[in-house]
Design a protein around this ligand. Structure first.
Ligand SMILES: [Zn+2]
Ligand SMILES: [Zn+2]
Length: 449
């Protein structure tokens, strides 16, 4: 007799350890590929070593992957954390960031990659009507897989595009340094004096466009020298910030070379966008005045942070061999970029770029969400809050004074993911319920705010 998936699911539901297993899945919020560990967790009395509490067996830890295609549950959590992080730096009043940040000179800047050759696109008129592709003249359907791909792959500068992407982090770094210098100059200060007068804070996310290049979106704010709680010097205005950001983005460059030795100068694309940020109002209207509201912005950022490299989800994991490249379910254009990164990775002169490791990211080696030290709270702090809260609950339940004990963790890795397709199905259903209840909670919070 052959068991169907439904049979296997109902078998799993009836198994004696089902409730135990379900609790473990719920504890990971229904992670799609949990890490399984075996071992024990012990609470010992610090002075005598006497065991006060012991929990042994198999546990599951969430995978923590930020990509929705790998794990909807963990990416959801990442988006929520990203949202809270940006929101804290924007609005203040939470997580140790004072409310006065809302009055600081600040804006939302977008820095783009330059062109490496014409790509198929689908421009629209102001009214939203599609116009012909600037690459080939056709009117592309929104689902046309050619959109974002090179019009002439043999003429497209794949080498330049991958090298640009691999240096995008360095280019950002230079941009920040130059921006600080320009702001200092505007106040008649040198760099050291500027440090004593003001502090630049930012949080940025990288977003892939369909042509496979990243854009950076950043919230940039100028605080006083002591950080968010300190008044910003009066001469730093939002207009000055706008002017300096645009000037810095146009000025900076990073020099490298092509495999044949030709020098290659890497710069930002010509399109630099800056929008002032205004505090969220009770009735959040469309951003018709060119400004963007805090709430809308933080939501954008959370969305960018969990997006993958494009419409397809094939290249979510590092590439291990040529076979991976040949069979990755990605567009031909992305495949060429992956191949280019992989091949450049063979050349000793690009060793420090580690291109083979980042080939699946189309050469981009940076983090998706980065922030300067004083922007707001950190992911670590958000997760720490949650962990501490849980540990405190446990101690409370056991009647233990946390100061007097030692927590001993001893876990061994036993595997990743679920043991069977039935378990995967059940975990998927649990994840959906967890997400639904989280969404309801979020809606309630929003309505209450
Ligand atoms: Zn996960
Ligand atoms: Zn076209």
């Amino acid at each position: 007799m052959v068991l169907t998936l439904e049979d296997r699911i109902s078998d799993r539901l009836r198994a004696p350890d089902y409730h135990d297993w379900r609790d473990k899945v719920v504890a990971t919020n229904g992670c799609a590929v949990p890490i399984r560990l075996e071992g024990a967790w012990q609470v010992q009395e610090a002075t005598s070593g006497r065991v006060l509490a012991h929990h042994g067996g198999e546990i599951m830890v969430p995978c923590g992957n930020r990509r929705a295609t790998v794990c909807p549950s963990c990416s959801d959590r990442y988006a929520a954390d990203a949202f809270h992080l940006m929101q804290a730096g924007l609005a203040g009043g939470t997580k140790g960031v004072p409310e006065s940040v809302a009055e600081k000179p600040r804006g939302f800047a977008t820095l783009t990659a330059p062109s490496f050759g014409p790509v198929h696109n689908r421009p629209t008129t102001r009214a939203g009507k599609p116009r012909p592709c600037t690459g080939c003249g056709e009117r592309h359907h929104p689902d046309d897989p050619r959109i974002g791909g090179a019009v002439d792959p043999d003429a497209y500068d794949y080498t330049g595009s991958v090298l640009w992407q691999a240096h995008a982090g360095a280019l950002w770094h230079r941009f920040v340094t130059t921006l600080k210098r320009l702001l200092a100059q505007a106040g008649g200060l040198n760099q050291r004096e500027f440090k004593d007068a003001a502090r630049l804070s930012y949080a940025k996310v990288a977003e892939y466009q369909r042509r496979g290049m990243v854009h950076f979106h950043a919230v940039i704010r100028v605080d006083g020298p002591g950080g968010p709680g300190d008044p910003t010097p009066a001469w730093v205005t939002t207009d000055l910030l706008d002017h300096c950001i645009t000037t810095a983005a146009r000025a900076v460059k990073v020099g490298t070379h092509r495999p044949d030795g030709t020098p290659l100068e890497l710069r930002w694309g010509a399109q630099v966008d800056f929008r002032p940020i205004r505090p969220t109002q009770a009735h959040d209207v469309e951003d018709d005045d060119g400004a963007i509201s805090e709430h809308r912005l933080a939501a954008y950022v959370a969305k960018y942070a969990t997006k993958t490299t494009g419409k397809t989800d094939g290249a979510d994991r590092p590439i291990r061999s040529q076979l991976c490249i040949d069979h990755a379910p990605v567009s031909d254009h992305h495949r060429r970029m992956i191949q280019t990164a992989w091949d450049l990775g063979d050349l000793a002169e690009y060793d420090d770029l580690n291109l083979k490791k980042w080939a699946h990211m189309l050469g981009f080696r940076g983090h998706f969400l980065t922030k300067s030290k004083h922007y707001s709270t950190t992911f670590g702090a958000i997760r720490g809050d949650r962990r501490e809260y849980r540990a405190a609950e446990t101690f409370d339940r056991l009647g233990i004074d946390p100061e007097s004990v030692l927590v001993v963790n001893d876990w061994r890795y036993t595997g990743t993911g679920y043991a069977s397709d039935a378990e995967r199905e059940l975990a998927g259903a649990i994840a959906e319920r967890v997400r639904d209840s989280r969404r309801r909670k979020y809606e309630q919070e929003r309505q209450a705010a």
